[in-house]
Design a protein. Structure first.
Length: 450
């Protein structure tokens, strides 16, 4: 039974949503709420949802009802985040005590106050549409593993890819002020965060809404972030391939604090499919981008995301995608099946019956693509054997002289891991390790210093 005002947040979806959850926790704490790690002890439980594709929406609703069925009747349950924002007007969910969109997180304490004063059975609803910049708040509780944190530098997106619901949910690009981002980074470093993971819908687009000529200010920003005092590294996540700022490569080469890790969601390689997506690249230009990155940064690690089953993809287009994967030799790759999202331009490109048929074919193609990429990833891992790297410890294995960790080539939650043989390792430790073997998609290492 919850005592007093306490809150628990279940964060679903991407790292950007996790930053929102951390912000909501900080705002609740300022409003007098105690942060609970056990939802059963909280007076308010928030499910911060993703609403990007069909599978994410299903997970959000399933998670919500799992909590509703498990929690005491007196516990207030809030549906928040992308799903709440996207479907606010048509959402009929009487089981929710409150519904809260995500365009101005600073209004969250107001929602909590209204929720406290609401009569039982009366739903509180808030669909903020104001400036996201007011949501800046020092995050007192991080949901990442110790020593690692996400830092969001912008909100929304201006690319308007035909399949993507992000602009519908998050709105157009709104870049944070550089001074706010730098202050956020300083705070994280002062709290012992070693790995700062920069996130946005497209890092490369940062500042194009602030600069008079529409230029990317991301290279300038990342250079400033890399010049702060302290022991830390910067990891960059999500850079759109069609507007990749090439000047970034020299900055990474000249500053050891910026990890040579590039997450570039190419989505596809065939020009007809890419034009249907409202993207401008093709296999040749995308392979050239990969080659240019590796020419300047031979140790660069490149991750991508590819989509299968988009309208217009046929056997020829899939063969082109397989060739692209062979030529690019990505270190890591994720793939997903196209989700037909209402209100996006791609929704009307084909009907549901045709979509279902294409989905089945794409699922078979996906298995072939992922099997080949797994072989490539394991081969790419071999270049790390016999070398030493700094690693951040994620999880010591209780009762054994082992720990799960990551080196620079492994981003949180999405890539393989490094298993360290060593004594007395703790979560958040940053240690030097020697890589001695590849084990599937992971690395095996030995501790060479404390």
């Amino acid at each position: 039974m919850a005592e007093g005002k306490s809150i628990y947040i279940e964060s679903l979806g991407c790292a950007k949503n996790q930053v929102d959850s951390e912000t909501l926790l900080a705002l609740a704490e300022k409003a007098g709420y105690r942060i609970e790690s056990d939802p059963m002890k909280a007076s308010v439980v928030v499910v911060n949802t993703c609403g990007f594709i069909e599978s994410a929406k299903k997970e959000a609703i399933d998670t919500f009802f799992t909590f509703r069925n498990a929690l005491a009747h007196s516990t207030r349950l809030v549906l928040a985040g992308c799903l709440a924002q996207r479907y606010f007007d048509e959402l009929e969910l009487p089981e929710a005590d409150a519904v809260f969109g995500n365009h101005d997180l600073s209004l969250f304490p107001q929602l909590l106050e209204e929720l406290e004063n609401a009569q039982p059975g009366c739903q509180v609803r808030m669909h903020p549409q104001t400036d996201r910049s007011k949501s800046d708040c020092r995050r007192t509780r991080l949901l990442s593993r110790k020593g690692s944190a996400y830092l969001k530098i912008s909100e929304g997106c201006n690319h308007r890819c035909n399949y993507c619901a992000i602009p519908i949910i998050r709105g157009p690009l709104v870049s944070r002020r550089q001074e706010d981002i730098i202050a956020d980074a300083r705070d994280l470093i002062s709290r012992g965060v070693y790995e700062i993971n920069l996130v946005a819908q497209d890092l490369g687009a940062y500042g194009t809404d602030l600069d008079e000529k529409g230029r990317s200010l991301f290279p300038e920003l990342v250079g400033k972030l890399a010049s702060l005092d302290g022991e830390y590294v910067i990891r960059m996540l999500y850079i759109h391939p069609d507007t990749f700022p090439m000047e970034l490569l020299d900055i990474v080469r000249d500053n050891g604090r910026i990890l040579p890790y590039f997450d570039i969601p190419f989505q596809h390689s065939h020009p007809a499919v890419l034009r249907g997506m409202k993207r401008t690249g093709d296999r040749k230009t995308y392979v050239e981008l990969v080659e240019n990155i590796r020419r300047v940064l031979p140790d660069a690690v490149i991750r991508t995301t590819l989509m299968l089953g988009f309208p217009g993809e046929d056997e020829e287009a899939f063969d082109d995608l397989m060739t692209f994967v062979e030529e690019a030799q990505f270190d890591w790759m994720g793939s997903f099946l196209y989700s037909r999202e209402e209100d996006t331009p791609a929704y009307d490109m084909r009907g549901q019956r045709e979509h279902d048929r294409a989905h089945k074919v794409a699922a078979r193609w996906q298995k072939r693509l992922e099997a080949r990429q797994e072989e490539i990833s394991m081969k790419r891992l071999e270049r790390f054997v016999g070398r030493t790297f700094r690693a951040i410890v994620e999880e010591p294995i209780q009762g054994e002289a082992l720990a799960i960790a990551r080196i620079y080539s492994q981003a949180p939650d999405v890539d393989g891991l490094t298993v360290i043989m060593g004594e007395d390792l703790k979560e958040g430790d940053v240690v030097r390790v020697g890589i001695r073997a590849v084990r599937g998609m992971d690395l095996e290492a030995v501790l060479i210093d404390d």
